[in-house]
Write a protein that binds this ligand. Structure first.
Ligand SMILES: NC(=O)c1ccc[n+]([C@@H]2O[C@H](COP(=O)([O-])OP(=O)(O)OC[C@H]3O[C@@H](n4cnc5c(N)ncnc54)[C@H](O)[C@@H]3O)[C@@H](O)[C@H]2O)c1
Length: 333
């Protein structure tokens, strides 16, 4: 099987590429990535010499480049996105381009080239917040910030290509991922690396927002299963089944690093901050998936990875990230 993976130089993409190359000796992967601030070829060092892997520096909004890369593949998996909520609040232009227009461009290529499978990697954030219970796949999207709105827009477009064109599409909606190689703007790597630097951990609002954490490796196994066994036109929720309040998560990280709680710095809440995300995962479980990692153990492993890979995150934090961080937190502290 030949796969086109987009956004494969970000956080989840490299884990997925590694997963398929290790698991399936006959698979090959073309990775199209624009290498935005979030793309990093360091994340793929261990696979780049594999003859079954090829990197293409390209933008999913460019139709000709997409068509060229997609020719002859058996499936497209679209991981490429602008993915950070806080950045979408500062400015949403790139989110509209990549998340919506980019998805459209890929769908058109898939339609024209009659590609047998298209997987859209989406998020639980499209459902919006839920106080009690959990969202099923049939719940209508109710996004609350520009990031989740563009992801929801993309999902609707993907579903429309099934209804209108019978393009064999599948959508995965996972909860918050964590693990090695995640860009340190996201809460877990931000808090781990700030704590390692003895810098404040900027905690939004009352710290009681709840997220259902999913170890990235488990998400990749689920996406692989959906690719192989999912029913075209269907959506699959993928949740870790571990709901944790942000304040509890923060204390857990500090404990793992032996750092004091005095590092916690309360900051003004994110506008429109969703209180709680929760997914009903019966559908993906019926396909035979369940999370394979315990949250506490996976968090400890993630902390260990950042502790041992300063050479990966220090250049990021002293580069592009620095200006973003100053704009995001100093203004609001
Ligand atoms: N990280 C999470 O917790 C999470 C949870 C649910 C869903 N998702 C979804 O999973 C996907 C991957 O998330 P991630 O955390 O790895 O994101 P990421 O931000 O770490 O990586 C995104 C990648 O896409 C690339 N990219 C951006 N614009 C592009 C364009 N126009 N053309 C080609 N490549 C482009 C970037 O260079 C980067 O390598 C996204 O679609 C995201 O919405 C993420």
């Amino acid at each position: 099987m030949k796969l086109l993976v987009t956004g494969g130089a970000g956080f989840i993409g490299p884990h997925f590429i590694r997963h398929v190359l290790q698991k399936y000796p006959t698979y090959s992967v073309v990775n199209v990535d624009k290498l935005t601030y979030a793309g990093n070829l360091e994340n793929l060092r261990d696979v780049e010499a594999d003859p079954r892997y090829r990197f293409v520096h390209g933008d999913i909004c460019e139709a000709a480049a997409v068509r060229e890369a997609a020719r002859g593949v058996d499936a497209i998996l679209n991981f490429a996105a602008e993915s950070h909520v806080d950045r979408s609040i500062l400015g949403a232009d790139e989110f509209l381009k990549t998340d919506v227009v980019g998805t459209f461009t890929l769908l058109e290529a898939a339609r024209e080239l009659k590609i047998p499978r298209y997987v859209q990697v989406s998020t639980d954030e499209v459902y919006g917040s839920i106080d009690r219970g959990a969202f099923r796949e049939s719940a209508p999207p109710k996004p609350t910030n520009p990031y989740s709105a563009t992801k929801a827009g993309a999902d609707l477009l993907v579903s429309a290509y099934w209804t209108t064109h019978r393009l064999p599409v599948l959508i995965t909606r996972s909860s918050n991922n964590f693990g090695p190689n995640q860009y340190p703007e996201k809460v877990i790597p931000l808090f781990i690396t700030n704590a390692l630097e003895d810098r404040p951990l900027p905690l939004y609002g009352d710290g009681k927002n709840v997220r259902d954490w999913l170890y990235v490796v488990d998400n990749c196994a689920a996406i692989d299963l959906v690719l192989r066994a999912g029913v075209p036109g269907e959506i699959y929720n993928i949740g870790g089944g571990t709901e944790v309040e942000n304040i509890v998560l923060t204390r857990q990280i500090l404990r793992l690093l032996g750092k004091p709680e005095s590092l916690i710095q309360r900051v003004t809440d994110r506008p429109g901050h969703d209180r709680r995300y929760a997914l009903d995962c019966h559908k993906i479980r019926a396909l035979g998936w369940k999370p394979g990692h315990d949250f506490g153990a996976a968090l400890a492993e993630t902390v260990r990875w950042y502790r041992e890979h300063e050479a990966w995150w220090r250049p990021i934090k002293s580069g592009e990230f620095k200006a973003y961080y100053a704009r995001q937190y100093v203004d609001r502290a």
